[in-house]
Design a binder for this molecule. Structure first.
Ligand SMILES: Nc1ncnc2c1ncn2[C@@H]1O[C@H](COP(=O)(O)OP(=O)(O)OP(=O)(O)O)[C@@H](O)[C@H]1O
Length: 706
């Protein structure tokens, strides 16, 4: 109803003549002939003067020609279209005079239609060919200019190599880098046994002769066969500038490589770690910590990697990936709690040993548990995926652990080497960092064989930087080529050692990546979870993460920039227990008391020498290990107290609820309740058998003593 009304209201605008409307040869001809036929029949019926048809045809021809000129149609196309209009108009005029409904009129109209179609088709083909030719001509022009530039470069470098190396090479190709930061020459060496090495050894002189800017160089490497050489020439120094970690935090995979930084040609360099371990050497101040963060960022982005970090230097490498999540400072888009950016962080000797022992157990269990899968896939290499993730163990200053003479450290070193030795096929690999490329690290056969992804961050440091040991067989690498923080050399089995730089990554990016990747992290496969047991399942328990609180910002740490520590939100990780930070704080206080007691007592598990990791004032986890069971029961009791709301609950009810799982007695619960009343966590209501305990959150007003 309303649409009819609207249609009625619209003023009649008559036939719309769209001169730009597109037509193919068939639709064009059809449109022309049916249009002409319609005009002729209506014209004849209404006794329209035939000259009108001619006038319309002339206007049509003119209209199409004007539009055609505007869109730069070929003259031939313009002529075809104008002729179509005029022929159509001629026929219409004739048919209106002689009657359109005669065999002669209809036959000639059909002929006109076919004619217009054929002409349109031929003009369309011509138009297409003309366009293609124009594009090709443009390309030829660009190519000619480019090849003129390439020819000039080739001639210049043939002369230069002759001058500096006394070799007459023939340049077969010049490839300009897409990044615009240099080019590569592919050249044939002269007959007589010249090798690429002769040019490689003159890299510095060639760079000087070419007047390359500082930080740029000409590096020769083997060509397609021994008589050919590739010379990469950088003309823009990308190592000098600071580039931040790319903000595309899209998913990655261990199979397709993890970007660790960029080359002098500004291209990403990828680390392929499915089978390889890695060694990152960087003296203090070279940008090693930053590089570790860039590495952790890549692992966090991967859909098939779980990262376990050992950092005995108070966990500073891993903390920025854990604290913002545990402190509840970041959230996913839909407000869910964020999983830490690393899957396990060990900052103490005991926790690190636990992690390494777990890694060995997981590797062994995977070997047995996945026999079927391996035989079905006809491989001895466990198919890593998001369902069976690779475990990347990042051990900061791990190389120093390997080189240590300390008895405890030697124990740990053995475990690290065991993981490296047994776990390649089962998807556990390590990234070790080192302050220096010491002989004792690189002298280790296992490291030499398994850790072929290597990074030497120089940052201008020359001390302890033996590049020939880090990258044996590679010539022409000099520390002074990479004087910038975060820059150095990187070599992998896929990409020979050469200059590179790590991206600068700032704490806010770490937080962003942690949030962006939270739901992407895989979970440990069942086979591994079973092998890992409680050591893994309880890795975020309050007592095991208490040391992190000690290191939290606000307690004067270098983890820097993460806001005030507001208590770890471990409840997000211990799903089901449902505790919030006040409880955690209380538990920490409780454990601090135990620690104060135990720290003075001889610890049967304690190292003979204090491990460098043991943070002063940190919890004595060895002593606490035996309390683990009690602590879990106590957490559960607290959860029950909280759940009881304003009604509160009693010691007997709590003990009954815990008896099956923990075997907790009423007497123990009474002890806890007393402590909680005295520290303000709970309030006692009523007397005697009516006595109940209410969590302070459910009592009106502030808790006593506050
Ligand atoms: N990739 C990089 N690009 C630019 N600047 C960087 C880069 N990496 C590090 N830096 C600069 O170098 C400084 C030191 O970096 P970082 O803390 O990572 O070094 P480090 O080798 O771990 O030193 P330390 O052992 O003293 O902590 C940073 O504060 C930053 O200013």
């Amino acid at each position: 109803m309303s649409s009819t009304a609207t249609a009625k209201k619209q003023p009649s605008s008559g036939p719309v003549l769209d001169w730009t409307a597109g037509h193919g040869p068939v639709t064009g001809a059809l449109s022309a002939t049916t249009g002409a036929f319609a005009i002729a029949t209506t014209g004849a019926a209404t006794a329209m003067p035939p000259a009108w048809a001619l006038a319309v045809g002339a206007a049509g021809a003119l209209g199409h020609t004007v539009v055609g000129l505007r869109v730069r149609n070929a003259g031939r196309t313009l002529a075809t279209r104008a002729a179509s209009w005029l022929v159509g108009a001629g026929w219409t005029t004739w048919a209106m005079t002689h009657g359109p409904l005669t065999w002669a009129a209809l036959g000639s109209l059909a002929t006109v239609g076919v004619g217009i179609g054929a002409a349109a088709r031929s003009s369309a083909l011509f138009e297409e060919a003309r366009e293609e030719e124009a594009i090709a001509a443009e390309r030829r022009l660009v190519a000619a200019e480019l090849s003129a530039e390439r020819r000039a470069i080739a001639t210049e470098w043939v002369d230069r190599i002759q001058r500096v190396c006394s070799l007459t090479v023939r340049v077969l190709g010049v490839e300009m880098w897409e990044t615009g930061t240099g080019f590569s020459l592919d050249a044939e060496l002269p007959p007589g046994g010249a090798t690429y090495a002769k040019i490689a050894s003159e890299s510095a002189r060639l760079s000087a002769d070419a007047r390359l800017p500082h930080g740029c160089n000409a590096i020769a490497s083997p060509g397609i066969h021994q008589g050919r050489v590739i010379i990469d020439v950088t003309t823009v120094n990308v190592l000098e500038e600071e580039r931040t970690y790319p903000t595309d935090y899209g998913p990655l995979s261990v199979h397709t490589g993890i970007p660790w930084g960029y080359r002098t040609n500004a291209e990403n360099i990828l680390a392929y770690l499915r089978e390889q371990c890695a060694l990152v050497v960087g003296p203090t101040g070279s940008g090693k910590t930053n590089m570790v963060h860039a590495i952790l960022a890549g692992f966090a982005r991967a859909e098939d990697v779980l990262t376990w970090v050992i950092d005995l230097n108070a966990g500073s490498a891993g903390l920025p990936w854990v604290l913002p999540a545990l402190n509840g400072q970041i959230q996913t888009g839909d407000g869910k709690p964020v999983r830490p950016g690393v899957d396990w962080l060990a900052g103490t000797f005991d926790e690190a040993m636990l992690m390494l022992e777990t890694a060995v157990k997981v590797a062994k269990q995977r070997k047995m548990g996945y026999q079927d899968l391996l035989s079905k896939a006809n491989t001895d290499l466990l198919p890593i995926s998001s369902r069976i993730p690779q475990i990347m163990l990042v051990i900061d200053e791990g190389a120093e652990i390997l080189a240590s003479a300390d008895r405890q450290m030697r124990k740990m070193a053995e475990k690290i080497l065991e993981v490296i030795r047994i776990a390649r096929a089962m998807g556990l690999r390590t990234v070790l960092t080192a302050l220096g490329a010491t002989g004792s690290v690189l002298g280790n056969l296992m490291i030499r064989r398994e850790a072929k992804v290597r990074v030497a961050l120089t940052g201008g440091e020359t001390e302890g930087m033996d590049l020939s040991k880090m990258f044996p067989g590679t010539r022409g690498l000099r520390v002074d080529q990479a004087p910038y923080k975060g820059s150095g050399f990187m070599g992998t089995p896929e990409s020979p050692a050469a200059l590179f730089k790590a991206w600068r990554i700032l704490p806010n990016q770490i937080r962003d990546i942690t949030a962006a990747t939270s739901e992407r992290h895989p979970v440990l496969d069942d086979v591994s979870v079973k092998a890992a047991g409680p050591a893994y399942a309880r890795r975020w328990d309050t007592d095991r993460t208490a040391w992190m609180r000690e290191q939290a910002p606000g307690n004067d740490t270098d983890a820097g920039g993460y806001g005030p520590a507001s208590g770890l939100k471990l409840s997000a990780l211990n799903e089901g227990v449902g505790q919030a930070s006040p409880e955690d704080e209380m538990l920490a206080r409780f454990r601090a008391e135990i620690d104060a007691e135990f720290a003075t007592a001889p610890d049967p598990h304690a190292p003979t020498e204090q491990a460098p990791s043991a943070a002063p004032g940190g919890l004595n986890l060895s002593a606490l290990r035996e309390e683990q069971q009690d602590n879990s029961a106590q957490q559960a009791a607290l959860a029950l107290l909280l759940a009881a709301g304003t009604d509160g609950t009693g010691a007997s009810a709590i003990a009954r609820a815990l008896a099956d799982e923990y075997g907790t007695t009423r007497q123990t619960v009474v002890g806890w309740l007393k402590t909680w009343v005295s520290d303000g966590t709970a309030v006692r209501v009523g007397e005697g058998t009516k006595a109940r305990y209410v969590h302070h959150r459910h009592t009106p007003g502030p808790p006593p003593g506050q």
